[in-house]
Ligand binder design. Structure first.
Ligand SMILES: *Cc1c(COP(=O)(O)O)cnc(C)c1O
Length: 394
């Protein structure tokens, strides 16, 4: 599809492969394998398994459509879909690194990503240095001769710290390291890291790409060379493949991506401003507020602040802070108490005892995740109803 078309056009028009039936909507190809006219054709297609449909662990037309659409939205040459966001992280590391290699990563990471870097990959001889994502000198100083990858999540979870993608990409380039950005929180509707110098964008499609809390999925977007020569052989053999059914759900989710994310950002900004004035609230973390420490960078690299608002409740002791936070959470009747985010429904989470509960107390303190912290992932409800829902416990 013509790459010069605008985002909203690409969201509904790119990645459409029509079969001979001429179906208008994307077809769902629930088939594990594909048949051949002859032994010779089978031999030919297996030899070039990236160009033909042979077996759905390698390629499937519905998954291809998802890959093409996401690549178009991120402005990348190619995309490889995976079963989940975590299998995308596994795939990028297993495809690009080997024993002895070193990674520099933001310390503000999704919990399972942190676990992969600090506990799983270390068993295979791949070590990670964690840095403050907003400190450019820290990225520079962490580079070693064996550094092969930079990994960043921005905005971070749950404190919405913003790192400067363009500035970090320059450091990665001079270190000859592959720069991977987890673009889950913004989605391409708000931020396109490849245009800011990243080499690879990683997604948990489970979040805003589906946007309706239905399926798990993941993806890597980058150059054709990296995706086809490095990632495809790994995914084809190891099999962390996206199912055709989930790809089909995600294709429909992506059609409404910018509508949802822009409205969710507007709702989040309204709620963040209201919380910022509330006497029971100590501090609000939202990149769309001028008081946010990286407000200027956010304004430059994101179209809007995103759907995630975190805020800290007042309290003299950690116990009091936790009690205040739990009272707000338990007082809600509309918000869903769940760890997921990126849904049309607003979700509310107490990170210290759930998503970040397995970290040590020291690690949590270093990450700034206090007992008073609440994370909201704002949905598509009327924001005045969400304010009323939170007000009960505040
Ligand atoms: C959810 C999430 C992941 C992991 O994705 P799954 O689809 O749950 O495997 C990775 N990074 C971020 C920022 C996430 O929010």
């Amino acid at each position: 599809m013509d790459d010069s078309l605008n985002f909203d056009t690409l969201a509904v028009r790119s990645g459409t492969l029509r079969s001979d039936f001429g179906e208008h909507s994307e077809a769902l190809f629930l088939t594990s394998s594909f048949v051949f006219a002859s032994a010779a054709e089978a031999a030919e297609r297996f030899k070039n398994s990236e160009d033909y449909y042979t077996y759905s662990r390698f390629t499937n037309p519905t998954v291809t459509m998802f890959q093409e659409r996401l690549a178009a939205l991120e402005g990348g040459e190619a995309c490889m879909a995976t079963a989940s966001g975590m299998s995308a992280i596994m795939s990028v590391v297993m495809s690009a690194l080997q024993a002895g290699d070193h990674l520099v990563s933001s310390q503000s990471l999704f919990g399972s990503t942190l676990g992969m870097f600090s506990q799983i990959f270390t068993r295979f001889g791949i070590t990670t240095t964690f840095v403050d994502p907003t400190d450019l000198d820290a990225w520079k100083n962490a580079v070693r001769p064996e550094t092969k990858m930079f990994f960043l999540e921005t905005p971070s979870n749950p404190l919405t710290e913003i790192a400067d993608i363009e500035a970090i990409s320059k450091i990665a380039k001079s270190a000859n390291a592959l720069f991977v950005v987890d673009n889950c929180f913004c989605s391409p509707a708000l931020q396109q890291p490849l245009k800011l110098g990243a080499d690879v964008v990683m997604h948990s499609a489970t979040k805003f790409l589906d946007g309706q809390g239905r399926v798990l999925g993941g993806a890597l977007v980058g150059s054709k060379q990296f995706i086809m020569e490095k990632v495809f052989p790994f995914v084809r053999s190891a099999g962390p493949t996206l199912s055709a059914f989930n790809a089909w759900i995600l294709l429909k989710g992506m059609e409404t991506l910018s509508l949802r994310v822009e409205r969710q950002s507007a709702n989040a900004l309204e709620i963040a401003r209201w919380l910022d004035q509330h006497p029971a609230v100590k501090r609000v973390f939202y990149p769309g507020l001028e008081s946010h420490p990286q407000y200027e960078i956010a304004k430059r690299q994101q179209k809007a602040g995103g759907a995630i608002v975190s805020f800290e409740m007042k309290g003299d002791t950690p116990e009091q802070m936790r009690a205040n936070a739990w009272r707000v959470i338990d007082g809600t009747k509309i918000c869903s108490i769940t760890g997921n985010l990126g849904d049309t429904r607003t979700t509310i989470t107490h990170p210290a005892t759930t998503t970040h509960g397995r970290l040590s107390e020291e690690a949590r303190a270093a990450a700034g995740i206090t007992e008073g912290l609440i994370r909201l992932a704002v949905g598509l409800e009327d924001p005045s109803d969400i304010r009323g829902d939170l007000a009960k416990g505040l």
